[in-house]
Design a protein around this ligand. Structure first.
Ligand code: APR
Ligand code: ZN
Ligand code: ZN
Length: 370
């Protein structure tokens, strides 16, 4: 067991605190990772607001990169010294989804078996089974994905959650390729990542939609060919008009990605896709939200696919190293997602900045992780 500094949310709505926690030595199937960088995600804020569940205290942080310090006796996939990006879907290989070959749907992903605790022994609930706003954290070895050690931790750690969700929503769930038109509704970190993923796949046009002009500027830098301010213009008509410039006769985009998580924007996505197109929902709705009123004939008549994207339908072992390589080759600008580098004490301030619209990601650097 060892003691490290970490960021904990102790009670619903209370500001987070930097405290000392106990990290057990890794047991079978586990690894202890020395964290270098960890992004601040909306989900961390949702945990501390009590919006995920009531299992306080939470050890926050889950978009991280670091170095494996120690592994349990039976671990062969990673070794001390490996540079890894942490994932929150370590596939089991044995559930019905894994057995039929759909590993990215694994219904029984796992985390560390032992518990990290506060100094008084109170068990911590690590955010998404990771808990990486900590100098070190204990995870399942399968949550560690080895990537190119030359990569910058603050940038590639973001693949651990929101950036992967967005890129994967486009490439994996939406099957975006060259020769297709794409629209992305909502250009926060997730939406902009979907735009970057669509650009990587060679799609054109890539239409960015948001109600905030600042977000549309960022979207352009990340590969959007067109922008639509949906507070001023009807996005459904505008997407169809732009798609038809490239594909005459098109009545919308081939793939429309909803990255807000609201019924009204999902409805826009539904009507902004071309015949037989695909809608991808990657924004996460709240439990009270209902599907918009929709004639069933429109669902049938438009054909195609209405899909949800969990974690970008990613397979960390396949997608993380590949995306890190594209980053180191200069083909995927993950640095652009890092709006600021902050210290472990600055997380409350980073939560406040999320609402300002100026920040894609604040990234906490631990122990000189740059
Ligand atoms: N129409 C278009 N864009 C909108 C609308 C709307 N009605 N309402 C909000 N937006 C835009 C915001 O201006 C912002 O740019 O959606 C974007 C949301 O971005 P962020 O708040 O930064 O959220 P992000 O991290 O990108 O996550 C988006 O995906 O993973 C989920 O839980 C996450 O539901 C959230 C979504
Ligand atoms: Zn499984
Ligand atoms: Zn996240």
């Amino acid at each position: 067991m060892q003691q490290v500094r970490a960021v904990v949310a102790k009670a619903k709505g209370a500001p987070v605190e930097v405290v000392t926690i106990n990290v057990p030595d890794p047991g079978p199937g586990e690894a202890v990772v020395k964290i270098q960088a960890c992004g601040v995600c909306h989900t961390d804020l949702h945990y501390r607001e009590g919006g995920i569940n009531d299992e306080f205290p939470f050890l926050l942080g889950h978009e991280a990169a670091g170095i494996v310090e120690a592994v349990g006796p039976d671990v062969t996939g990673v070794a001390p010294g490996d540079f890894v990006v942490l994932n929150w879907r370590a596939v089991c290989g044995e559930c019905r989804a894994c057995k039929r070959g759909d590993l990215h749907y694994c219904f029984n992903t796992h985390n560390a078996t032992q518990k990290m605790t506060l100094e008084d022994g109170t068990e911590l609930s690590p955010a998404l089974g990771i808990g990486a706003f900590a100098e070190k954290t204990l995870v399942a070895a399968g949550q560690c994905t080895k990537v190119d050690p030359e990569a910058r931790p603050a940038a590639v750690g973001l693949l651990g959650c929101g950036v992967m969700a967005g890129i994967g929503a486009a490439i994996n769930t939406g099957a975006v390729t060259r020769g297709k038109s794409v629209a992305v509704i909502g250009c926060g970190g997730v939406g902009v990542a979907a735009i970057a993923g669509s650009a990587l796949a060679g799609a054109s046009p890539i239409i960015a939609v948001d109600i905030d002009a600042k977000k549309l500027e960022v979207a352009k830098k990340m590969g959007a060919t067109h922008t639509v301010d949906s507070s001023k213009t009807d996005p459904v008509e505008e997407i169809a008009r732009i798609a038809a410039e490239t594909y005459p006769g098109a009545d919308g985009a081939d793939v429309v990605i909803e990255a807000v998580g609201r019924p009204e924007t999902w409805k826009q996505a539904f009507y902004a896709r071309d015949l037989a197109g695909t809608v991808v929902l990657v924004g996460v709705p709240t439990p009270d939200m209902k599907l918009p009123d929709l004639p069933l004939i429109d669902v049938f008549g438009r054909g195609g696919a209405l899909k949800s994207s969990w974690y970008g339908d990613c397979l960390p072992s396949r997608d993380f190293p590949m995306l890190v390589d594209l980053y180191t080759q200069g083909r995927l600008d993950l640095d652009a997602f890092v709006s600021e580098e902050i210290g472990i004490e600055d997380i409350e301030a980073a939560f406040d900045k999320m609402h300002s619209g100026d920040v894609l990601r604040s990234v906490v650097l631990m122990d000189g992780g740059n």
